[in-house]
Write a protein that binds this ligand. Structure first.
Ligand SMILES: *Cc1c(COP(=O)(O)O)cnc(C)c1O
Length: 458
C-alpha cells in the first residue's frame, strides 16, 4: 500500500484555543461592530484571518532568539541576516524594517512622487496605500484570466505584457519602476511564472525602468514555478529563487509571510546608490542601518526562517494543506478561486451569496456568517478592502469579491481544516436564505477595512 502523506515535523509545544457557542459569537461580533478585526483572539476558534506573522517558528528559530546580538550598530545578527539575503536572493545590500509596509514606506520615499504611475499586478493594499498616499497612482496590469475564478491558468499572478507596455508607452515619463507581487495576494495567492518575470524585465529594460518585487510569498511562488513551469521541474527551490530575483533591481519583503517569523521586513537592493538614498529614510522612519526596526534576535530567527521556507519538504507540506482545504470546498460545490493559491483559499462570495446586493458587501457578509457559524475567522478581500475612489469618493467594486481563508504556517492540523470546510458547507446549504448584508456606520479615509464599523441591513 502506498503510504499516506505525513507532515515533516512533530509538535513540541501546544497553544490552547477556545471553543464558544453561537449565542456568544453573535453577541461578540455585534460588540465588534461586525468587523472581524475588532474581535479578541480568544473569541475566535480557528483563526484564518491571515498567514501574516501567525506562523509557528521551528526549534532552530527559537534557539536563534537566544543568540541575538542586540548591539545598536554592527550586530552579528545583522550580518547573519545580510548573509542569508545575499545567499538566497543575491542582493548585495539590504535594510531591515519592522514589517513589509515599512519597507514600502522607505523605498517609496525614494521612488514615488506626486503624479507618478506605478504599474504592477494587483498591488497589495498597503502597497497601493503607500502609492496613493503620495498622490501617485497604481495601475493594475494583471492578466484577464485572474479575474475569472473558473478559468484554470497556472500563473494567474502574471503581468499582461501588452497591458504593461501600453502603460509604459502612455505614461513613460511618470514611471520610475514596475512592481511585481510574488505571489499575487489580491488575485488569490496566484503565482507569477519565470517566463513572465523575464518579459517584465525585458519591458523594463526597453523603457529604462526599475523592477521591484513585493516578495512576501516568494518561496511559495518558487514552488509553483517548480510544479507548473516544465523547464524548472528539476531545479531546486533555491536555484529558482535565485533566478527569479536575478531579474529584479530591488525587493520589499514582509518577513511575516515566507520569513516564518512573527514580525519583520526588509528591503533588498542590487544598486549601492539606491540603497544609500533609502538608508536616509530608513534611519528616519525605522532605525539605524544595522537594525532598522528589528531586534537582533528577530533578525537571527528570520535568517533561519528564510532558509527553512525554501526547503522543498516544507513547501510540499504547506501547499498540500492549502489544497486539502480547497479540494474539500470544491467537493461541496463551493465556488473558489482555481487553481488554489499558495497561502490561502479564496471563496468567490459573489457566486456564494448571489442574493446579497453588492452594496451590502457580499464577502464581508459571508465572512461574518462563517464566524457566527463556527468561530472561524477569515477576511474580506473585496469592496471594503478596495476603499473608495480617491477622485470620485464612490465605492470601488473590484472584479472579484473574495473571502480569504489564510492558512498560518505550521499551525493547524488537518482536523482543523475539516472543521472549517464543514462550517462552510453548512452555510452553503442555506445560502438562499441569506438575502441581506451590512451597511457602513464608520469608515477611515484610507485602508478602511481595518477599522470600519458596520450594522446589519434588516
Ligand atoms: C503582507 C504584505 C505586505 C505588507 O507587509 P506587512 O508586513 O503586513 O506590513 C505587502 N505586500 C504583500 C504582497 C503582502 O502580502
Amino acid at each position: 500500500m502506498e503510504l499516506p502523506y505525513a507532515e515533516p515535523f512533530r509538535i513540541k509545544m501546544v497553544e490552547h484555543i477556545y471553543p464558544s457557542t453561537r449565542q456568544q459569537r453573535e453577541e461578540w461580533i455585534r460588540q465588534a461592530k461586525y468587523n472581524l478585526f475588532n474581535l479578541r483572539s480568544q473569541q475566535v476558534f480557528v483563526d484564518l484571518l491571515t498567514d501574516s506573522g501567525t506562523g509557528a517558528m521551528s526549534d532552530h528559530q527559537w534557539a536563534e532568539l537566544m543568540l541575538g546580538d542586540e548591539s545598536y550598530a554592527g550586530a552579528s545578527s545583522y550580518y547573519k541576516l545580510k548573509q542569508a539575503i545575499k545567499e538566497i536572493f543575491g542582493f548585495e545590500y539590504f535594510l531591515p524594517t519592522h514589517q513589509g509596509r515599512a519597507a514600502e514606506n522607505v523605498l517609496f520615499s525614494v521612488l514615488v512622487k506626486e503624479g507618478d504611475i506605478v504599474p504592477g499586478n494587483s498591488h497589495f493594499d498597503t502597497t497601493k496605500g503607500h502609492i496613493e498616499f503620495r498622490k501617485a497612482q497604481a495601475i493594475d496590469c494583471t492578466i484577464d484570466e485572474a479575474f475569472d475564478t473558473d478559468i484554470e491558468h497556472p500563473f494567474k499572478g502574471n503581468v499582461d505584457p501588452n497591458k504593461l507596455e501600453d502603460v509604459l508607452k502612455k505614461y513613460n515619463d511618470k514611471i520610475r519602476f514596475i512592481i511585481v507581487t510574488l505571489t499575487n495576494n489580491t488575485a488569490g495567492g496566484q503565482p507569477v511564472s519565470l517566463e513572465n518575470l523575464r518579459q517584465v524585465r525585458q519591458l523594463a529594460d526597453k523603457y529604462g525602468k526599475l523592477v521591484v518585487y513585493d516578495s512576501a510569498r516568494f518561496a511559495e511562488n518558487a514552488y509553483f514555478i517548480k510544479m507548473r513551469e516544465a523547464q524548472y521541474k528539476d531545479w531546486s527551490i533555491r536555484d529558482i529563487v535565485k533566478e527569479m530575483f536575478s531579474l529584479a533591481d530591488a525587493m520589499t519583503m514582509s518577513s511575516k509571510k515566507d520569513g516564518i517569523v512573527n514580525i519583520g521586513g526588509f528591503i533588498g537592493f542590487r544598486d549601492r546608490e539606491l540603497f544609500r538614498q533609502a538608508t536616509v529614510f530608513n534611519i528616519m522612519f525605522e532605525g539605524f542601518v544595522t537594525y532598522g526596526g528589528m531586534a537582533g534576535r528577530d533578525m537571527n530567527a528570520l535568517a533561519r526562517g528564510l532558509h527553512e521556507s525554501t526547503e522543498l519538504d516544507y513547501l510540499q507540506y504547506r501547499m498540500r494543506q492549502v489544497a486539502y482545504l480547497g479540494q474539500q470546498l470544491v467537493d461541496y460545490g463551493i465556488p473558489v478561486q482555481k487553481p488554489f493559491g499558495g497561502h490561502a483559499i479564496f471563496i468567490d462570495a459573489r457566486k456564494f451569496l448571489p442574493h446579497v446586493p453588492k452594496e451590502e458587501f457580499q464577502a464581508q457578509t459571508l465572512a461574518l456568517e462563517l464566524y457566527k457559524e463556527a468561530g472561524v475567522r477569515g477576511v474580506e478581500i473585496g469592496t471594503l478592502l478596495a476603499d473608495r475612489d480617491p477622485v470620485t469618493g464612490e465605492n470601488r467594486y473590484p472584479k472579484l469579491e473574495f473571502v480569504r481563508l489564510a492558512i498560518p504556517r505550521r499551525v493547524y492540523t488537518d482536523n482543523h481544516i475539516d472543521y472549517v470546510a464543514t462550517a462552510l458547507k453548512n452555510i452553503f446549504d442555506r445560502r438562499h436564505e441569506i438575502n441581506h448584508g451590512y451597511r457602513i456606520i464608520y469608515e477611515a479615509p484610507i485602508l478602511r477595512h481595518f477599522t470600519v464599523e458596520l450594522e446589519p441591513v434588516e
